[in-house]
Design a protein around this ligand. Sequence first.
Ligand code: AMP
Length: 212
Amino acid sequence: MKLVLLGPPGAGKGTQAVLLAEHFGGPHISTGDILRRHVAEKTDLGKKAEKYIREGKLVPDDLVIEMVRTRLRQKDARKGFILDGFPRNREQATALDGMTKVDAALLLFLDPEDLIKRSTGRRVCENCEAVYHLLTNPPKKPGFCDRCHSKLIVREDDREETVRRRIEVYEEQTKPLVSYYKTKGLLVQVYGSGIIDEIFERVIEALSQRKR
Ligand code: AMP
């Protein structure tokens, strides 16, 4: 399954992507995670990307497109992948079409008033990047990762002001991709509110209906 995930920040794309990757057996490719790793490791790409990420803006297309092209060439991504956070605009979507043919674009949508609440409750593990949410997916021991027991932190770009900016960027640049994939007959839409396992069931059901 070559799947693209669409949806505003806070819609639960990362969480569903992990489950989908387990289910279908391909890698979960999160451009946000890859970029943050570059920033942490202070690579050339990381140095260029840092200020955009901090401000909730898109990292320039040429940088991100090349990064994804390299990642999709790796062996584990040949048969399938879950692409989370890419494409983010029309230019990236066209570039992706030139790299491979995706099977579906899954849109996780939410009520607008849920968005800020969801994004600002997110906590991530400073060590293994596992994602939690104070409301929908709290860790067993408050403040610590269930998997590796390291400290949970608020991502710098999850501060409220940055979240608002990221939602604006989504509305302006990424939302038009919903009709882009709809026109191609690839769009699958799922309501992203509720319990994680229930949302996942809805996702699998919606994807299997598409195939019939
Ligand atoms: P995410 O974890 O997907 O919310 O991404 C966090 C930040 O990384 C975004 O706010 C952007 O600054 C940057 N980013 C991630 N994916 C992309 C992309 N496809 N194009 C441009 N910037 C991106």
